[in-house]
Write a protein that binds this ligand. Structure first.
Ligand code: ADP
Ligand code: MG
Length: 357
């Protein structure tokens, strides 16, 4: 197992009509045996960062180190990486067994393949051994991905790198694939970097999350820490489904006031007149018959399986969302009172976006 260090790595792609700064002075450290997910909007640099770690991209500046050794001169195939991509990347004219055995074959250890495959099947509880004689064209998407994952594990690994491996699977297969991968990672606790656009998947599969935006790392931490203590407005909005409600406002008499409501206590003293954005998650606004901000319901969406109903309400120009009980009796057009739970509120400096603590 290996630790990964990325030190001040920048990467710019120069196209005919423009240049793209895909990574802007990115630094991070993944400890030996640690697992992290990289999440963030499309185009924010996730794949570029993963490829940089793999050695498939060369940094313009900065450095990637494994176990504190610079990797500049080590080609990807000599780095002991298992990679799993969105498009499976199986060799079409090879059987599943040959695909899985590729790296062991390189080292003249192909005899070990059936034993390894049996082991992987036993851990995941899925019969990969039954697929061994088949060719990629004879496999479903889910089966191809299993073969690709088995290939990644069927070698002596220093690290595993995944790039949206389940993106093409339907919801049910994706759930299964996550569970199988979780079991494999538990059994083979190897340093893992997992790129996904799905935050639930990230939370399930890895200990830590790196949230990127526009070539930068915005925050690193557990899912809980990003959820409960977002560093800035971007993180607050990105993490959590449904998303955080945001209200622009200003500081008056030492308190926060929005356009139509306010008077909330701030966590620290802030200068009069400062523009401050209040963030509050839909589960922390309660429907109350006694007190709170008056608003009119304009949409009611039941999430039956998740056991809640999402209300979209409007007050003046502003609308927000509230999570309420399943089978809510409330209807479109009803006027309700919204009680904001004070100690769950986050306040952000509107100008910089940074959270005020
Ligand atoms: P993500 O995986 O987060 O969607 P990428 O790392 O693939 O993002 O891309 C980051 C940015 O770099 C995007 O704007 C993308 O278009 C650009 N980019 C990535 N690879 C190349 C490349 N080989 N040539 C030109 N631009 C690229
Ligand atoms: Mg990508």
């Amino acid at each position: 197992m290996t630790s990964i260090t990325v030190e001040h790595v920048s990467k710019t792609f120069v196209l005919k009509d423009r240049t793209i700064e895909a990574l802007k002075d990115v630094s991070l450290k993944i400890s030996e045996g640690g697992s992290v997910s990289i999440i963030g909007p499309s185009g924010c640099g996730k794949t570029t960062l993963l490829r940089m770690i793999a050695g498939l991209e060369v940094p313009d500046s900065g450095e990637v180190l494994y176990d504190d050794e610079p990797m500049r001169d080590t080609p990807p195939e000599e780095r002991g990486i298992g990679m799993v991509f969105q498009n499976y990347a199986l060799v079409p004219q090879w059987s599943a067994q040959s695909n899985i055995g590729f790296f062991l074959r390189l080292r003249r250890r192909e005899r070990e393949v059936p034993e390894r495959v049996k082991h992987i099947s036993a851990i995941t509880g899925v019969g990969i051994d039954e697929l061994m004689g088949k060719f990629p064209r004879q496999l479903s998407g889910g089966e191809k991905q299993r073969v690709a994952i088995a290939r990644a594990f069927a070698r002596d690994l220093k690290m595993l790198l995944f790039d949206e491996p389940f993106a093409h699977l339907d919801a049910k297969l994706r759930t299964q694939a996550r569970v199988e991968t979780r079991k494999l990672l538990n059994r083979y606790p190897v340093t893992t970097v997992f790129v996904t656009h799905d935050q639930q998947e990230a939370a399930l599969l890895t200990d830590r999350i790196i949230l990127m935006r526009d070539g930068n790392i915005e925050q690193v931490g557990s899912y809980e820490s990003l959820y409960d203590a977002p560093a800035n407005i971007f993180v607050a909005e990105f993490i959590g489904v449904p998303t955080t409600n945001l209200f622009e406002g200003t500081v008056r008499d030492g308190r926060w006031y929005g356009d139509t409501f306010g008077g909330f206590t701030l966590p620290v003293p802030i200068a009069e007149g400062t523009a401050v954005t209040l963030g509050i998650r839909p589960e922390y606004i309660h429907v109350d018959s006694e007190a709170g901000v008056s608003a009119k319901i304009q949409r009611v969406t039941p999430f039956f399986a998740e056991r809640y109903t999402l209300l979209e309400v409007v007050s003046g120009e502003k609308s927000w969302e509230i999570k309420t009980e399943a089978q809510s009796p409330l209807q479109v057009g009803d006027t309700i009172r919204c009680r904001f739970v004070q100690d769950t509120m986050h306040f952000f400096d509107t100008a910089s976006g940074e959270r005020i603590t």
